[in-house]
Design a binder for this molecule. Structure first.
Ligand code: SAM
Length: 250
């Protein structure tokens, strides 16, 4: 997968060199390219923001540098990238970022990210981009960050671990919280490793039993209890959808 990020703070994306994403880049599974937005300004101060029409506090990112930067990204399409990237615009007013959306984005060959600062990007940039490429505006939660770079890190990490060959054990993301399939819409329950007893606390006996059916059932019960305690909104959604697909006997 190819990922381009246009930002006024390329150094904010340094963590993309570390751990899982860093390894995916080193192995060639992920091609990440960072672009400085200020490279696409033409004035001596390299200005990327201006005051908002209609007044109000804060500044708005100017359309010209963004358009030039995104046009540069599109113009650099390689034979394996696809004709145009999917443009991902982090914003608190976007579609909530979920595991389902991470899966959807992991299926695209090329993502371009437009993380903003200040009060966001002039709306016309997003409208114009949407005429030539798919655009997804994404919120990583109901709070406001100072800029979209952290949101890019969150989204890229969640997407990268779903790409074929990126996780050591190909199955390990299939049982994650929110993963589609066996644990649909359930949060993951508690996990344990050796030693079997630590500071007087024992690992639940069922996990030592070797009985895979019993272990699977226990895990599902734990996941259900955790979801009930932490995310009653998910349980409410199952009720609305009909409970059968989440039947604990499954
Ligand atoms: N005035 C904007 C609003 O209320 O929607 C907030 C602007 S915020 C200070 C600057 C930038 O940070 C946003 O344009 C976006 O790129 C990013 N950002 C902030 N919170 C975010 C969130 N919850 N999810 C995704 N991006 C976010």
């Amino acid at each position: 997968m190819r990922i381009d990020v246009v930002t006024i703070f390329p150094e904010y994306l340094e963590p993309l060199n570390v751990s899982l994403v860093g390894k995916a880049r080193a192995s060639g599974r992920l091609d990440v390219r960072l672009h400085g937005l200020r490279e696409h300004t033409s004035d001596v101060h390299r200005t990327v923001d201006d005051s908002p029409y209609g007044g109000g506090p804060g500044m708005v990112m100017k359309p010209e540098p963004w358009a030039a930067a995104l046009e540069g990204v599109v113009a650099s399409a390689g034979p394996e990238d696809g004709a145009v990237p999917t443009l991902v615009v982090p914003t608190p007013s976007g579609r909530p970022f979920t595991q389902e959306l991470a899966q959807e984005l992991a299926g695209r060959p090329w993502l371009a990210f437009a993380p903003a600062r200040y009060e966001g990007i002039d709306r016309r940039v997003i409208e114009e981009a949407a005429e030539t490429m798919p655009v997804v505006e994404v919120s990583i939660g109901d709070y406001v960050l100072a800029g979209g770079e952290v949101a890019v890190l969150v989204i890229v990490e969640a997407v990268a671990r779903l790409l074929p060959g990126v996780l050591g054990n190909a199955e390990s993301h299939q049982d994650d919280s929110f993963a589609p399939g066996r644990m649909t819409d359930l949060l993951e329950g508690p996990v344990y490793t050796k030693p079997a007893e630590w500071r007087g606390r024992e690992v639940p006996e069922v996990l030592l039993s070797g009985n895979h059916g019993k272990i699977a059932r226990w895990r599902r019960e734990q996941a259900f209890a955790r979801t009930l305690a932490m995310r009653p909104d998910l349980v409410e959604r199952w009720r609305r959808d009909g409970m059968d697909k989440h039947d604990l006997r499954a």
